[in-house]
Every structure is written in structure tokens, then in C-alpha cells.
Design a protein around this ligand. Structure first.
Ligand code: ADP
Ligand code: MG
Length: 394
């Protein structure tokens, strides 16, 4: 990797400020209902403890919008972290100020403290230099392990790096190296699967991947706009009229580049997107005027599956249908299984896509499932993420 990681610097005895993603779901009583993100940060935290660093953790939680919101205090997170570490975690009620500063300075080697929710301060999301400077005063080094916010230029991941050297934590390192590996040196055949609701959300991703892949498989709601571009009627399906020309242009471009673009040949239709709706499979030429296409059909699953089977690299973003509802989850689950069964390097980006793979029960058979929804999309667009740009080069 081109960026320095926590392994490339000497942290022993230093105060290390660590930006983690502890944005975990809480129930109404304030209990952590899923600690996946806390556990994902443990390798970096344990490494720092082992190196006898003095560890100052910070994260956001929920959307408190720049002011104190009692529902989003970090207390329950600190408790869970302490449990997982089997060591005490000193929880602060603020992020900046004399008291926090003194606490950070008095940490012993291998001690861990957790700051209050950084989004209690308006300076965080606005990346105000004064807030960043006060955070930076708590550490000698910044370790950024929060890939999920790397596409945002906030004080805790970008601003702080103006004052102290910044390096990647292990989770960040894994995300950057896996995502850049498939974009810069993919083993061929390279297949991309793009789905989800709208073409407009994914134009950047399609543009970037078209230049690199051998085949592009399109499903989900956005496929309707491509079907329309091919002259078909799509009934009441989700359709972006104003993107039909763009879809035509992308289809031409694929042809010029020699990229096989596969669209659905059959779809699951229903009168409405509801879990109890009566659904049936029709050829794409026969979508009824009063129906919506809500999933790819079995023949399309076969066509996509054949490409996936032959691939050496597969990148997938965007579900193939309204997978949240049982009658329209089949295509997405089948594609997830095809990825799980293939020998290819398989990488999944996008929040809903990651959830779909979990739901299909095959997450452990995928090479890499990105933990950052928006961040992974920006990365697949080929954009440099502000939080990554702020890390020191090797
Ligand atoms: P990701 O978060 O993985 O990037 P998106 O947010 O782009 O994925 O898309 C996910 C959403 O797309 C899901 O809520 C799903 O219900 C919706 N979707 C998929 N296929 C269709 C369809 N045919 N019609 C309407 N919505 C769809
Ligand atoms: Mg989404």
C-alpha cells in the first residue's frame, strides 16, 4: 500500500489519537445491539496497547447534528469496548478542553480512553480548524481506522491531519488495499455487477468500471432505464426518464470498449412493491403496463451466473431487486451465492449490497465486503477520498 500504516511508525509511549467507526446501532434503552464495528477496530486498538501506546479513541455515533444529544453519548460503546478488550476504558464526557487534555496527558502506556461523540461539536462536520487543532492537541499521531467516513472531509479525519502525522489503522489498510487491488490490477476476466435503485446514484461507478471490466452485468431498478433505452416498455417500474439518453450512451460506450453489457432478459413483476404482492416472472419484452419489475428473473440469474463462474475478479454494487421483501429477494440471493461459489476475488461495496450478502448467509465466502457504504462507492468511482488523501505516503 502507498500509504503509511500504524506498522510504519514508532508508537511506543506516544499519545495516539485513533479515529474509529463506533457508529453502532442502539436500542431504545441505549444498549448496543450490534457490536460488529467495535470488534472490527480491535486489531488496531490491541496492536497499539501491545506497543505500549497511550490510546485516545474518538468516533461519531448517530446524527446529533453538532450539539449534545443524550441519546448518542458514547457510554454504552465504552462499556462494550471494555468488555471486548478485557481492560478498562476511560470514557470522557467531552472531546476538547483542559480536562480532556489533562486526561490524555496522564494516560499510562497501554491505557485506553474514549472521547465523547465528535459530532456533538459543529466543528466536526464543518472541519473547523480550531476544533481540529484542539483534537490534535490530544495526540502525537493520528491513526485513522474509520473507512466508513473517509469520503467526508471532517475535523477528526482530515482537519487533525493538518496538525499531526496521520497513518492508516489495520481496518483502513485492508479496505484501501482490497479496493485498490481490484481497480488497479484486477485478474481477468473482470466482471462488475451493478444494481440498486437508480442509475443516477451509480453513474460515476459505471463510468469508471467500464474502462476496466470485461463484462458489466446490470440489474436492480436501474436496469429498467437501460431496458427503456433499448426500446422496451417497463410498465410502472422505477424509471428515470431523464437518464434514458445517458443509458444509451453507456451502452454505445460499452460496445466501443468491447465490454459485454448484460441486461435482464426476464424479470419478476408485481402490481406493487409489497411483501404480500402476487408476483410472476415475465420476459422483459412482456412487462405488463400496470406492473413493476422488482427483481431479475431465473434466466437472467443463469446468464449472470455463467459470467460470474468464469470471472477471476468480481466487483458487486447494488442489489438485483427489492431484496428487503421476500418475493423479490431471489435474484440478489442467487447472485450472492454465485459469488460465494466462484474462485474469483470477490469484492462488495455499498451498504445495501453488504446487507444483502449477510442476509444470503454467504458473507464468509466473499473475499472482501467493504464496511463503508458511501466511502466504497466513492472509491469505486476512482475518486481519492479526503480521509485517505490525508494519510502520509510511504
Ligand atoms: P447500495 O447501498 O448497495 O449501493 P443502493 O442503495 O443503490 O445499493 O440500492 C438499494 C436499493 O435498491 C434497495 O433498497 C432496493 O430495494 C432497491 N431496488 C433494487 N431493485 C429495485 C427495483 N427493481 N425497483 C425498485 N427498487 C429497487
Ligand atoms: Mg444504499
Amino acid at each position: 500500500m502507498a500509504k503509511k500504516t500504524v506498522r510504519d511508525i514508532d508508537v511506543s509511549g506516544k499519545r495516539v489519537l485513533v479515529r474509529v467507526d463506533f457508529n453502532v446501532p442502539l436500542d431504545s434503552a441505549g444498549n448496543v445491539t450490534d457490536d460488529t464495528r467495535i470488534r472490527a477496530a480491535l486489531p488496531t486498538i490491541k496492536y497499539l496497547i501491545g506497543e505500549r501506546a497511550r490510546v485516545v479513541l474518538m468516533s461519531h455515533l448517530g446524527r446529533p447534528k453538532g450539539k449534545v444529544d443524550e441519546r448518542y453519548r458514547m457510554g454504552p460503546v465504552a462499556d462494550r469496548l471494555a468488555q471486548l478488550l478485557g481492560a478498562p476504558v476511560r470514557k470522557m464526557d467531552e472531546c476538547i478542553g483542559d480536562q480532556v487534555r489533562q486526561a490524555a496527558d496522564s494516560l499510562g502506556e497501554g491505557d485506553v480512553m474514549l472521547l465523547e461523540n465528535v459530532r456533538f461539536y459543529p466543528g466536526e462536520e464543518k472541519n473547523e480548524p480550531d476544533f481540529a487543532r484542539q483534537l490534535a492537541a490530544l495526540g502525537d499521531i493520528l491513526v485513522n481506522d474509520a473507512f466508513g467516513t473517509a469520503h467526508r472531509a471532517h475535523a477528526s479525519n482530515k482537519g487533525v491531519a493538518e496538525f499531526i502525522p496521520a497513518v492508516a489503522g489495520f481496518l483502513m489498510e485492508k479496505e484501501i488495499s482490497m479496493l485498490s487491488r481490484v481497480l488497479s490490477e484486477p485478474a481477468k476476466p473482470f466482471v462488475a455487477i451493478i444494481g440498486g435503485a437508480k442509475v443516477s446514484d451509480k453513474i460515476g461507478v459505471i463510468d469508471n468500471l467500464l474502462q476496466k471490466v470485461n463484462a458489466l452485468l446490470i440489474g436492480g431498478g436501474m436496469a429498467n432505464t437501460f431496458l427503456r433505452a433499448g426500446g422496451l416498455e417497463t410498465g410502472k417500474s422505477l424509471l428515470e426518464e431523464d437518464k434514458v439518453d445517458l443509458a444509451k450512451q453507456l451502452m454505445r460506450q460499452a460496445k466501443e470498449l468491447g465490454v459485454a453489457m448484460l441486461l435482464p432478459v426476464d424479470v419478476v413483476v408485481a402490481p406493487e412493491a409489497s411483501p404480500g404482492a402476487e408476483s410472476k416472472v415475465v420476459a422483459v419484452q412482456e412487462i405488463p403496463g400496470d406492473a413493476m419489475a422488482l427483481d431479475i428473473g431465473p434466466q437472467t440469474v443463469q446468464n449472470f451466473g455463467a459470467r460470474i463462474k468464469d470471472a477471476a475478479t468480481v466487483v458487486w454494487n447494488g442489489p438485483m431487486g427489492v431484496f428487503e421483501m421476500e418475493p423479490f429477494a431471489g435474484g440478489t440471493v442467487a447472485v450472492a451465492r454465485a459469488l460465494a461459489d466462484s474462485n474469483a476475488v470477490t469484492v462488495i461495496g455499498g451498504g445495501d449490497s453488504a446487507a444483502a450478502v449477510e442476509k444470503a448467509g454467504v458473507a464468509d465466502k466473499i473475499t472482501h465486503i467493504s464496511t463503508g457504504g458511501g466511502a466504497s462507492l466513492k472509491f469505486l468511482e476512482g475518486k481519492e477520498l479526503p480521509g485517505v488523501a490525508a494519510l502520509q505516503d510511504k
